[in-house]
Design a protein around this ligand. Structure first.
Ligand code: ZN
Length: 122
């Protein structure tokens, strides 16, 4: 979808802070994070709703792996997961280490995001 923000991120037209990528999926840091390591996991194919992704099993297998990875790296037992889906019309799952917000959801500066991306790379 030409006007889709996440499709532009997938194509590299907009910079993102990737922590994981394969042929089918991409995981990158939310630039308006609630906590350190706040990640968005998306399929590369443009599908509006998570529930309509044809390989939902594969999608959530990866979401689980990434959540366990974030738990290990962050040291927080709790990794919040959220399928909200109304901010950007491209399927995405939020993963947020820590049960309380460390950040207030304002945009983080690039240096901080870069450091977090290095730390949380899977
Ligand atoms: Zn899209």
């Amino acid at each position: 979808m030409p006007d889709c923000l996440f499709c532009k991120i997938i194509k590299g037209e907009i910079k993102s802070y990737k922590i994981y990528e394969d042929k089918e999926f991409l995981a990158f840091l939310d630039i308006f994070p609630k906590s350190a390591g706040h990640t968005l996991v998306i399929p590369k194919a443009h599908v509006q709703w998570v529930w309509d992704y044809p390989e939902l099993g594969r999608y959530f297998e990866l979401v689980g792996k990434l959540a366990r990875h974030l738990r290990r790296v962050s040291g927080h037992e709790v990794v919040r997961g959220l399928v909200y889906g109304v901010e950007v019309p491209h399927a995405h799952v939020h993963l947020m280490p820590n049960q309380t917000d460390e950040f207030d959801g304002k945009q983080l500066v690039a240096d901080k995001l870069l450091a977090l991306a290095k730390r949380y790379r899977f």
